[in-house]
Design a binder for this molecule. Structure first.
Ligand code: WTA
Length: 652
C-alpha cells in the first residue's frame, strides 16, 4: 500500500452556497440533522428507521456491535417489497408513476406503483412455483428493463436473496458468481439494446451453464426483450411471459428479520476472486431511504428523479430501486447508451420527463464535455434542482462544467462518496445546507463518522491520510459471502477499531474532504472497480502469456485505464496481432469493461531484489512520467527496454 500523496493536490477557493430560494424550501437547510446525530447517533438512526420504514414488528435494540459484526434494529421485522409498494398504494398513491421507462430504440413504458405491485406479486408466485423459498439465492443477468426491478422486488417479497450480475460481464463471471452463491436460478433476457443493436445475454448464460459448470442452477427464466433467436433448454428454461400469463397476482409478503440477507453483490478486491458483499434488510433500507431523501432533497409529490447508472452496480440497487421506491417517488429508467441515436439522448429524456434530479458519474460528465455543451443547449433543463455525482473523484473542471452547462449555474451539486460495501451514501453535501467546493465531497452525512488517519492510525485533521469510518452505520456490509476471515482481514484489520476500504483522501483547513482514489491494487475504470489481480489472471490464462503485470494509468475520460505488461512464453514472437489477441482475451474472460487500453509485450518485468513486481514504475511508464527511484531494481536495464516498447505501443 503506498501513502496517498497530497503534493499533486490543489487548493480550491471557489465556494458555492446553496441558492437562497433552494434552501428556503429544502428538507434540510441547517446543521440540525448533524447536531442530532452527533449527540446520539443510535437514537438518530432509530428515528430515521421508524419514520422512513414501515415495520410489521418494531425493533427492541437499535445496534449490537461486536466488531466487525453489526446488527441493526434487532428484533424488528419488515418486508422490503411491502415498503416499496403496498404501503404507497394503501396511502392512495397507487396511480403514481414508479418508473418512466425508456428503451434504447425509443419504445417507452409507464409503470404505476399499482402496476408494479401486480407484476411483482405475479413474479414472486412464478419464483415460488419453481420451488424457490426464503433463504435461497438467485442470479439476475438482465438489461436495464423494468423486469429487472420487478425480479429484485419479487425476491424480496418471498425472502429470496438476489445476486445481480452486470450485463457486460462474461460467461466466466456468471459461473464464478453462481457457484459461489449456490444460486438456484438465473433470470435473464434474450438480449438488451445497446448502441442500436441487440446485445446478447441468454447465450452467455447458456455458455456458463454448459458442462454443468454451475450445478446449483436448476432454472432459467428468460424475458423476450429483443425477439432474437435463443435456444431454450428443455426442463430448465422458461419464458417470462408464459409463466406470468398463468401467475396469480396475490402474494402475501414474507416477514423478514431486520438482519435477514437481502442481496449479494460481487465486487473486485485486491485478489483475483471477486467478493460477495452481503447486505441485509432493515439497516440497508433505512440508510438508502434516508440518503435518497436528504441528499437529493426529494419532494416525492412533484419530483421526477433520474439515476442514470446501471442496476448491475450498487448505485442502481440503492438509488434506482430500493431508495426511490421506499420513498414513493417517480423515477426515470433508461435502457441504453447516452449517444444512441444521438449525443443529446440524455438531455432529450431529461427535458421530456421534466427531470428534477440527475445522478451520474464523472466519466460520463467528462464525455459530455468532449461532445460539447451545444448538445445540452438544444434542450430545456430548467426543471433540474439537484445534480449528483458518484463513482470516482470528480475533477474541478468537470464539476464546473456540470454546474454551468447542466445546472444552469444555480443547481446544487452533491458529490457522493460511498462503496458497494457501504450500501448507501457516506460522504456528501446536503444540497440545502452545505456550501460546496468543486471536487470535494464535503464531509460525512449525518450519522456517519469519517476520519482520515496516518500510517500509524493517528487521526489527521488537515492534510493527507487514509479514509476510515470510525463507527458502524446501518447499511454497512455484513460480511463477505462464505468468507468471514477475509471480511475481518480486508476491512477491519489495517486500523484497529476502524473500517478501511482502500481510499486515500485529503482534508483541508475548512474540514472539506477530497477523496483521491484507491491506495490498493484496485483500479477505477469509468467508476467501475476492477482489480489488477483479476486482469493479470485473465492475461496469464492466454496460452502465449508467461507472466503479466497490470497497472491503472491516469486517463482523461475514464479516470483510469488498464495497461498490461506481458512476458510471452518461450517460442511466441511479439507482434501487434498477438498483443491485440491478448487484449481481446481479457475482454472474453472478464467482460468488455476490463479490456486493457494497451498490452505491452516486454522481455522482462521490473522486480525488486526480493522478486516483487514494481507496479509504481510500470505506472510511471504508462503515464509517460519521469521514472521514480529504480535503485531497488534487480536489473535496471529492464525499465529502459520497457519504456522503449511502451512508447512504440503508444504510437500504434
Ligand atoms: C470510488 C460505487 C471519489 C472510491 C458507489 C470507492 C469515489 C469506490 C466516489 C467504490 C466519489 C466512489 N469520489 N471516489 N464521490 N464515489 N468512489 O464499490 O474509490 O463500485 O472506494 O461503489 O469508488 O466503488 P463501488
Amino acid at each position: 500500500m503506498s501513502e496517498p500523496t497530497i503534493e499533486d493536490y490543489y487548493v480550491e477557493d471557489r465556494t458555492f452556497a446553496p441558492p437562497a430560494d433552494f434552501a428556503a424550501s429544502a428538507l434540510c437547510c441547517d446543521q440540525s440533522l448533524w447536531d442530532e446525530a452527533n449527540a446520539d447517533f443510535e437514537a438518530f438512526w432509530a428515528r430515521q428507521a421508524r419514520e422512513l420504514v414501515t415495520w410489521s414488528k418494531d425493533f427492541h435494540t437499535t445496534l449490537e456491535w461486536d466488531l466487525p459484526n453489526a446488527k441493526w434494529f434487532v428484533g424488528g421485522q419488515l418486508n422490503i417489497s411491502e415498503n416499496c409498494l403496498d404501503r404507497h398504494i394503501a396511502a392512495g398513491k397507487g396511480d403514481r408513476v414508479a418508473y418512466h421507462w425508456e428503451g434504447e430504440p425509443g419504445d417507452t413504458r409507464t409503470i404505476t406503483y399499482a402496476e408494479l405491485h401486480e407484476e411483482v406479486c405475479k413474479f414472486a408466485n412464478v419464483l415460488k412455483g419453481l420451488g424457490l423459498k426464503k433463504g435461497d439465492r438467485i442470479a439476475i443477468y438482465m438489461p436495464m428493463i423494468p423486469e429487472l426491478a420487478i425480479t429484485m422486488l419479487a425476491c424480496t417479497r418471498i425472502g429470496v436473496a438476489h445476486s445481480v450480475i452486470f450485463g457486460g460481464f462474461s460467461p466466466d463471471a456468471i459461473v464464478d458468481r453462481c457457484v459461489d452463491a449456490e444460486a438456484r436460478a438465473i433470470v435473464t433476457a434474450d438480449a438488451g439494446f445497446r448502441r442500436g443493436a441487440p446485445s446478447a445475454l441468454k447465450v452467455n448464460v447458456d455458455t456458463a451453464l454448459d458442462d454443468n459448470k454451475a450445478p446449483s442452477v436448476e432454472h432459467v427464466v428468460v424475458v423476450n426483450r429483443c425477439d432474437t433467436d435463443v435456444t431454450m433448454a428443455e426442463g430448465r428454461d422458461i419464458w417470462w411471459h408464459e409463466a406470468m400469463a398463468e401467475a396469480s397476482a396475490d402474494c402475501a409478503p414474507e416477514p423478514m428479520d431486520s438482519e435477514d440477507l437481502l442481496y449479494l453483490l460481487y465486487t473486485s478486491g485486491t485478489t483475483a476472486k471477486p467478493k460477495g458483499i452481503m447486505h441485509t434488510t432493515g439497516g440497508y433500507l433505512t440508510q438508502v431511504a434516508f440518503t435518497h431523501k436528504y441528499v437529493f432533497d426529494l419532494q416525492p409529490d412533484t419530483d421526477v428523479y433520474w439515476c442514470a447508472a446501471d442496476i448491475g452496480w450498487v448505485t442502481g440497487h440503492s438509488y434506482i430501486v430500493y431508495g426511490p421506491l421506499t420513498n414513493g417517488c417517480t423515477s426515470v429508467m433508461y435502457e441504453g447508451t447516452p449517444d444512441t441515436p444521438a449525443r443529446d439522448r440524455l438531455w432529450d429524456i431529461a427535458e421530456r420527463y421534466g427531470v428534477t434530479q440527475l445522478y451520474t458519474a464523472p466519466t460520463a460528465i467528462r464525455t459530455f464535455m468532449k461532445w460539447g455543451h451545444e448538445e445540452v443547449a438544444k434542450h430545456d433543463l430548467s426543471k433540474l434542482r439537484v445534480l449528483g455525482t458518484v463513482g470516482e473523484p470528480i475533477n474541478p473542471e468537470a464539476w464546473m462544467w456540470y454546474h454551468e452547462h447542466i445546472g444552469g449555474g444555480n443547481t446544487p451539486i452533491v458529490d457522493t462518496w460511498w462503496q458497494t460495501e457501504t450500501g448507501g451514501h457516506m460522504i456528501s453535501p446536503l444540497p440545502g445546507a452545505s456550501t460546496t467546493k468543486p471536487g470535494s465531497a464535503n464531509g460525512a452525512i449525518p450519522g456517519v463518522f469519517a476520519e482520515l488517519v496516518d500510517d500509524n492510525g493517528n487521526v489527521v485533521t488537515e492534510g493527507g491520510g487514509y479514509l476510515t469510518i470510525a463507527k458502524p452505520w446501518p447499511s454497512m456490509l455484513r460480511g463477505i459471502w462464505g468468507d468471514p476471515e477475509r471480511f475481518h482481514e480486508t476491512y477491519w484489520s489495517r486500523f484497529p477499531g476502524r473500517y478501511f476500504a482502500g481510499d486515500g483522501a485529503k482534508i483541508d483547513n475548512g474540514g472539506y474532504l477530497w477523496v483521491l482514489g484507491r491506495v490498493d491494487d484496485v483500479m477505477n475504470i469509468s467508476g467501475h472497480r476492477i482489480s489488477t489481480a483479476e486482469v493479470e489472471s485473465a492475461l496469464v490464462d492466454h496460452q502465449a502469456v508467461a507472466e503479466a503485470a497490470v497497472v491503472g494509468a491516469t486517463d482523461d475520460t475514464t479516470g483510469q485505464a488498464i495497461v498490461g505488461y506481458v512476458i510471452l512464453r518461450g517460442t511466441h514472437e511479439a507482434s501487434d496481432e498477438l498483443g491485440e489477441e491478448i487484449r481481446q482475451h481479457v475482454a472474453t474472460k472478464l467482460g468488455a469493461i476490463a479490456r486493457p487500453r494497451a498490452v505491452v509485450l516486454v522481455p522482462d518485468l521490473p522486480k525488486t531484489r526480493s522478486g516483487k513486481i514494481m507496479r509504481r514504475l510500470l505506472r510511471d511508464v504508462a503515464e509517460g512520467r519521469v521514472l521514480g527511484d529504480t535503485t531497488t531494481l534487480a536489473d535496471e536495464s529492464v525499465v529502459e527496454e520497457i519504456k522503449t516498447r511502451a512508447a512504440a505501443s503508444d504510437e500504434d
